[in-house]
Write a protein that binds this ligand. Structure first.
Ligand code: CTP
Length: 404
């Protein structure tokens, strides 16, 4: 499998002749399966065009903190939140100085000041600038704060001088990125099962009973677990969103099929049940399309209960995952109902969310949840489903680590 499947790199391209090499870096990162978003500074723009960066990354290029469209489509905080690693390549002497001083006077430096993600810099400048005590001091300050550096290499510089200052080769930057991301593989060697989306319960060959679940939360959890290095099987009902990268996705229709696919995916260290499984199915789906009968009353559907997939897995005598996590979609008495549901279903944690009308949770991008265990409860602030997924994946990694 490519090295960086599903990993998210935010690449900041600052001014320097080496910026052309960043285009190659984008291409190589994409080849390895990474998603690359780019910020192009004013200086960077002098050396490469936004169009080439957008074409290679297949993402919008972000340039201006004061652009209303940039900010409304993707706030600068989200740019960093939705990345696993920030890479500044080339990093000019100027950007290193502003980073060291905590100056935030453009989009790139604002994101760098606001981020809590790991940062890698690939300095590129004239040898005298690199060897200047100011740059040395700035680099030492950044290193002390945990900023990692690759290069610069020694050689002939664009300015005609010779010495250290050339941006590291793309292969070396790629290796440094892979190294930093692997260090976060908290779930390497772990197996995870995730359910997502709705189920479709057939009435006849053309009709079914379903619900409004989009699969966004479950898919985001599968992707987040994979980013931490887990081997993930995602069992998904019918959804309109793409399969997450780096995850084995098994598509099913009904609750009965979903249960069978989950059982086939075991054993697992952790199982997260985010699917909105239909509680009932049509007892006897018609083999042929049901036809209207002139003058006959509308048909009634006779329903049968579906298996409870979460409860079945949580109550396994042998082969129960170490950690079983359920979701509780509630519209009233959210916490009490969720606590009771956790005990009833026998899972370790339940993620409670309010799906009442007006919250926009079902089908939307945001979620406000509580994480409820036997002895612990956490109220998480409103955040995107991606952020919920990320935090949950980290909590799972910590719990499994504690039980290792
Ligand atoms: N679940 C499941 N199989 C079912 C029903 C639910 O695996 N047949 C799982 C869901 O994936 C979720 C949890 O159980 O993790 C709770 O789902 P929810 O719809 O909130 O609960 P229900 O059991 O359907 O209870 P109720 O509808 O009474 O609230």
């Amino acid at each position: 499998m490519p090295l960086l499947v599903g990993r998210r790199v935010l690449l900041i391209i600052t001014g320097g002749i080496a910026a052309y090499k960043s285009l190659e870096l984008i291409r190589r990162l994409r080849e390895q399966g990474a998603r690359v978003r780019c910020i192009l500074t004013r200086g960077g723009e002098q050396f490469v065009t936004p169009l080439s960066v957008a074409a290679l990354s297949e993402e919008k290029v972000f340039q201006d903190i004061f652009s209303l469209t940039d900010e409304s489509e993707m706030g600068h905080i989200r740019l960093s939140r939705e990345a696993d690693l920030l890479v500044v390549a080339p990093a000019s002497a100027n950007v290193l100085a502003r980073m060291a001083a905590g100056i935030a006077d453009d989009l790139a430096t604002t994101v760098l000041l606001a981020t809590d993600k790991p940062v890698l810099v690939a300095p590129a400048m004239n040898v005298r600038m690199w060897e200047h005590p100011a740059t040395r001091a700035n680099m030492a300050t950044l290193a002390a704060r945990g900023v990692r550096r690759v290069g610069p290499a020694a050689g002939d510089l664009a300015c005609g001088e010779t010495g250290a200052g050339r941006m590291a080769e793309v292969a070396d930057i790629l290796a440094a990125i892979a190294d930093m991301l692997a260090a976060k593989a908290l779930l390497a060697g772990r197996r995870a099962l995730v359910t997502s989306g709705p189920t479709h319960e057939p009435i006849d060959p053309v009709r079914f009973i379903a619900n409004r679940s989009s699969g966004k939360q479950g898919h985001a959890i599968a992707a987040a677990l994979a980013r931490l290095g887990a081997e993930v099987t995602l069992v998904s009902g019918p959804v309109a969103i793409p399969d997450p990268p780096g995850v084995r996705t098994v598509r099913v229709e009904s609750a009965t099929d979903m249960l069978a696919a989950c059982q086939a995916a075991l054993p697992a260290d952790v199982a997260v049940f985010a699917a909105a499984v239909a509680d009932w199915r049509v007892a006897e789906p018609a083999a042929q399309k049901r036809k209207k009968q002139e003058g006959a009353p509308p048909p009634t559907l006779s329903l049968a209960p579906n298996p409870d997939i979460l409860a079945t897995v949580a109550r396994l005598e042998t082969g129960r995952p170490t950690l079983v996590v359920g979701f509780a979609a509630e519209t009233e008495n959210v916490l009490d109902n969720a606590r009771a549901k956790r005990r009833r279903k026998g899972c370790d944690w339940i993620v409670a969310n309010d799906v009442s009308t007006g919250t926009g949770t079902f089908g939307g991008d945001d979620n406000t949840v509580h994480l409820i265990g036997a002895d612990e409860e956490e109220a998480w602030p409103p955040m995107t489903k991606e952020a919920v997924a990320e935090r949950l994946a980290e909590r799972i990694a910590l719990r499994l680590e504690a039980r290792r």
